[in-house]
Design a binder for this molecule. Structure first.
Ligand code: G16
Length: 540
């Protein structure tokens, strides 16, 4: 059935897909226009196969039914969908690769809250299993501004609770167990028997799934296959509103886990994941592991896990992520890459075999096993390393810092700012960049300052305007950029990094260690003065 429509403003994918308020997505023709734009901008759906699933948030199942009918009406041959329309983002990426499909559609606004008054999102991944490149998202946006009609089959809903083959018109719909293939992939990468032995020896863990998609994955793998005590995984049922939780695994939002890990009789290891299962936070007994440090520790120890025994080809990190991983890569004599924020920028490096591990300060870590970041994978790699090294998380971190030095790191977020105000702060610092090299700020000499531009070493594409960067002599840095994932106003992210070579000064309190950087940032960008805020809303 052909339905006439008109272009809808603002269907521009951000850092990771299109994210809007759920009610916007539910408004007439909104989802339909965007899905049709995806099909149109990628050569049409005729004869194609796709993977489809989402994080279970409000409107997930309804949106999946609409997309199935649209795929059928656009001539798709087959859609593989998780039971209940559930798939974590990394599991979807794996299924695309495993089945050699033409791509996949993931329904998620990731770590943003869910519910009728919260957020919804749609991401398109290509045949390599990774987020669509900028060229593709631009083409989708361009198409959304010209669209005049969409196609949707007038067919009954698919029974998504029933595993097996069904049809929408002549299109096959394979409803599959969302966990099975993913769990098998993990078993091939990690030493499950060794981790099992660690758990049976009394090792205790808490995994907070935050009422989001990783619950079923963590239950099956960590409790089921690895034998962790029942109850290790908490908030394990994906709920449409995430039980009112903000499924963002950081110390602010995963505070229940933080309280437990910093309390009396804390478990040996704690972890949390986000809405769609691609993020992770890792905590030891009384010690928080920053995502940048986690990437560096994983890079230095990955060879302890069977899937990475042959060593790493290279390590990639997003520009605002601390340089800790670079120090490991240097020591190992492998490539270190610095990309813009957004997992899509890692795709070419992974496909070309230049990088094996990738990571971001925004709680994302992953490897070439899929083309998305992967929360459960990161937790399993940590477990494998802990089982091999038989040291605590704190001992591993301390040893790492003694060897490589410590990159003290924190991100300060100023959320829901008026867009004009946020732009003014960015413009103000941008205008000063050229004059900064050689000047002193807070007793530190500015070595370089620029608006980060990335030239992809594989396809030569250039992405400009990716964040303002001020680098000081000695390896300390300030980065300022606007978030590309928010749905309300603008979020300014200030990234602070101070390098301490050691051996002294490796165990300061992080915010105290960063105090000079915080003052330098205010001197250079005047965020508090311009926004009237007394401090950041979120500190990670
Ligand atoms: C997404 C992207 C990440 C990015 C993060 C934060 O994560 O996939 O690559 O680092 O957003 O982006 P921003 O700073 O622009 O808000 P997710 O987990 O939301 O898909």
């Amino acid at each position: 059935m052909r339905v006439t429509t008109n272009p809808i403003e603002g269907q521009k994918p951000g850092t990771s897909g299109l994210r809007k308020k759920t009610k916007v997505f539910m408004s007439e023709g909104y989802l339909e226009n965007f899905i049709q734009s995806i099909f149109d901008a990628t050569g049409g759906a005729q004869g194609r196969t796709y993977v489809l699933g989402g994080d279970g948030r409000y409107f997930n199942a309804e949106a999946a039914q609409i997309i199935l009918k649209m795929a059928a009406a656009n001539g798709a041959e087959r859609v593989i969908i998780g039971q209940g329309a559930i798939l974590s983002t990394p599991a979807a990426s794996h299924l695309i690769r495993l089945n050699g499909t033409d791509g996949g559609i993931v329904l998620s606004a990731s770590h943003n809250p869910g519910g009728p008054d919260e957020d919804f999102g749609v991401k398109f991944n290509g045949p390599n299993g990774g987020p669509a490149s900028e060229a593709v998202t631009e083409a989708i946006f361009a198409r959304s501004r010209q669209i005049g009609a969409y196609w949707i089959a007038d067919e009954p809903d698919v029974d998504l609770s029933r595993i097996g083959m069904q049809h929408v018109g002549s299109m096959e719909v394979s409803v599959i167990d969302p966990v099975a293939d993913y769990a098998r992939l993990m078993e091939g990468l990690f030493d499950f028997p060794k981790i099992r032995t660690m758990f049976s020896g009394g090792f205790r863990m808490r995994f907070d799934a935050m009422c989001a998609v990783t619950g079923p994955y963590a239950k099956e793998i960590i409790e089921g296959r690895l034998g962790a005590a029942p109850g290790t995984v908490v908030h394990a049922d994906p709920l449409p509103d995430f039980g009112g939780m903000h499924p963002d695994p950081n110390p602010t939002w995963a505070h229940e886990l933080m309280d437990e890990m910093f309390g009396e009789d804390a478990p040996d290891f704690g972890a949390a994941s986000d809405g769609d299962g691609d993020r992770n936070m890792v905590v030891g007994q009384g010690v928080y592991v920053s995502p940048s440090d986690s990437l560096a520790v994983l890079a230095a120890n990955a060879h302890l896990a069977p899937g990475y025994r042959a060593g790493l080809k290279g390590v990639a990190r997003s520009m605002p992520t601390s340089c800790a991983a670079d120090l490991v890569a240097d020591a190992m004599g492998i490539g270190a890459y610095e990309t813009p924020t957004g997992w899509k920028f890692f795709g070419n490096l992974l496909d070309a075999g230049r990088a094996t591990l990738c990571g971001e300060e925004s709680f994302g870590t992953g490897s070439d096993h899929v083309r998305e970041k992967d929360g459960v994978w990161a937790v399993l790699l940590w477990l494998n390393i802990l089982a091999e090294r038989t040291e605590t998380v704190r001992e591993i971190l301390n040893g790492h810092w003694r060897r490589f030095g410590r990159n003290y790191y924190s991100r300060h977020d100023y959320e829901a700012l008026p867009v004009d105000t946020a732009n003014r702060v960015m413009d103000g610092l941008r205008a000063r960049l050229g004059d900064l090299p050689g000047t002193m700020v807070e007793g530190m000499v500015v070595q370089s300052a620029d608006d980060f531009a990335y030239s992809d070493p594989v396809d030569g594409s250039v992405s400009r305007g990716q964040g303002l960067r001020v680098v000081f002599e000695g390896g300390s840095r300030l980065v300022l950029r606007l978030s590309g994932t928010g749905t309300e106003g603008a979020t300014l992210r200030l990234y602070l990094e101070r390098y301490a070579a050691g051996p002294e000064g490796l165990d300061e309190e992080v915010q105290e260690a960063l105090a000079p950087m915080i003052r330098a940032a205010e001197e250079l960008a005047a965020i508090r003065a311009a926004t009237g805020r007394v401090g950041p809303d979120v500190v990670t």
